[in-house]
Design a protein around this ligand. Structure first.
Ligand code: SPV
Ligand code: MG
Length: 435
């Protein structure tokens, strides 16, 4: 009963295709001309991590399948907009969505189709396809430098906030890679890693004053990159000498780093959270802008991001200075602004965001809520922040736990007491699988 004049609608994310998808498309083809509503990154990000392949790559694959007549974007999980646009005679979907979280979407489709007497066709879901195995293979694709570099920009364009956590070694990288919690029926996880100058130096027993040089920082970040696939944001202090910047960018891109953050300070580096900042000097805005321009002209991968970090609030200058700098840095080519603060509340960064939003040079904003940790991600979103960096929490969690174990052994002169509070050896052995 092939009827080539009838439109058949199939929604797909098509990050990877298997025989189940082909079965659906083949069935759809037998009813008429197949229009695929390809879910955009934004639509997928509302229920899952963004796909490994971006929209354009997925579109090329799907539109070249022999059963497919046309590909159109589906911008939400809900089909309503596209169904009303093309009024298909049929919608085809595997019968697995009769239960679970897709149930609501299915009801919506049935309701729309009724308007023009359209029909829902639900072939039996193809079981026994190891999606987890396919996903694992895809993780290897995602961790190729080129794919990983671009992922941060795609996340910023697809999510209302991108969540980054500090990683100071491979094990913490794996925690960021794997930790997931179920919240409001949605799986929540971190989007990427922050290579912090503070925690990387502290892990090496050194102060956060650039005594750990970039080559040592890059060695530890490469160890993290070897075992993870999520994007990494690199804390480059003030970027170092402008004459050396292009070499640093080359190393970072080669490693698959997605963004560099440079701060507008000069002289001997001191951590921004120190109370006394009287000897901290801020760079002249025009000189700092030259560093931004240098990074832009050095990068080979267009999606590698340069984020300018403004330290005006840290050194005691006000909103006006911060805003003036934001304009200059944005015009120089920065992709985003990190407005840093060591206040106990986000008041000053929110007042900055409110003013900067009015600028024609507005670019996304980044927050590091270390001292104002009370702030909730929702408030950051409401105030226009696109990226949140939890800059040091994993190291701060690990240190007292390890110190406590050391103290217990000394006190008890044996390990039994602490044994009960730490994970079994078996778990450590199984933590890292040799595959
Ligand atoms: C870091 O984590 O190294 C940072 C953030 O640069 S802060 O410690 O707040 O300066
Ligand atoms: Mg730092």
């Amino acid at each position: 009963m092939i009827n080539k004049n009838k439109i058949v609608y199939v929604a797909l994310s098509a990050d990877f295709l298997h025989k189940g998808h082909i079965k659906i498309l083949k069935t759809a083809f037998s009813y008429g001309d197949v229009y695929v509503g390809l879910l955009t990154d934004e639509a997928i990000a509302t229920y899952d991590n963004i796909p490994y392949l971006d929209y354009d790559k997925r579109k090329v694959i799907v539109e070249n399948l022999k059963y497919v007549k046309k590909v159109i974007p589906q911008k939400t999980l809900d089909y309503t907009e596209n169904l009303n646009l093309i009024k298909p005679a049929y919608v085809v979907h595997g019968d697995d969505w009769k239960i679970g979280i897709q149930k609501k979407t299915r009801h919506g489709v049935i309701k729309q189709l009724k308007k023009w007497s359209g029909k829902l066709i639900e072939p039996k879901y193809t079981k026994n396809i190891s999606s987890s195995l396919i996903k694992k293979k895809l993780t290897n694709i995602a961790s190729t430098p080129e794919n990983r570099v671009s992922r941060l920009k795609r996340l910023i364009n697809s999510k209302n906030i991108v969540r980054i956590l500090e990683s100071h070694n491979s094990l913490t990288g794996l925690i960021i890679e794997k930790t997931k919690v179920l919240k409001n029926k949605k799986i929540t996880e971190f989007d990427g890693m922050w290579s912090s100058s503070l925690t990387d130096s502290a892990t090496k027993g050194k102060p956060d004053n650039s005594s750990v040089d970039f080559s040592s920082r890059i060695t530890s970040l490469n160890e993290m990159m070897d075992v993870t696939s999520k994007p990494l944001v690199f804390d480059a202090d003030n970027g170092g000498q402008i004459e050396h910047i292009s070499f640093l960018i080359r190393s970072l891109e080669r490693s698959g780093v997605s963004a560099i953050i440079i701060e507008d300070k000069v002289g001997l580096k001191k951590n921004s959270l120190f109370k006394n900042q009287s000897d901290t000097k801020q760079d002249k805005p025009q000189l700092f802008a030259k560093k931004i321009k240098k990074i832009c002209s050095s990068r080979k991968i267009k999606d590698f991001m340069v984020i300018a970090r403004i330290e005006s609030f840290i050194v005691g200058k006000g909103l006006k200075d911060a805003l003036k700098r934001a304009e200059i840095y944005s015009k120089a080519g920065a992709d985003a602004i990190l407005i840093h603060s060591k206040e106990k509340t986000p008041k000053e960064i929110f007042s900055f965001a409110k003013e900067f939003k009015k600028s024609k040079n507005y670019i996304p904003l980044v927050s590091v809520p270390s001292t104002y940790s009370k702030v909730h991600e929702k408030e950051l979103i409401d105030n226009g922040f696109k990226l949140v960096i939890y800059a040091n929490q994993l190291l701060r969690a690990a240190y007292p736990a390890m110190e406590n174990a050391a103290k217990s052994i000394l006190k008890e002169q044996r390990a039994l007491e602490i044994d009960k509070k730490i994970i079994p050896i078996k778990e450590i052995i199984n933590l890292i699988k040799n595959d």
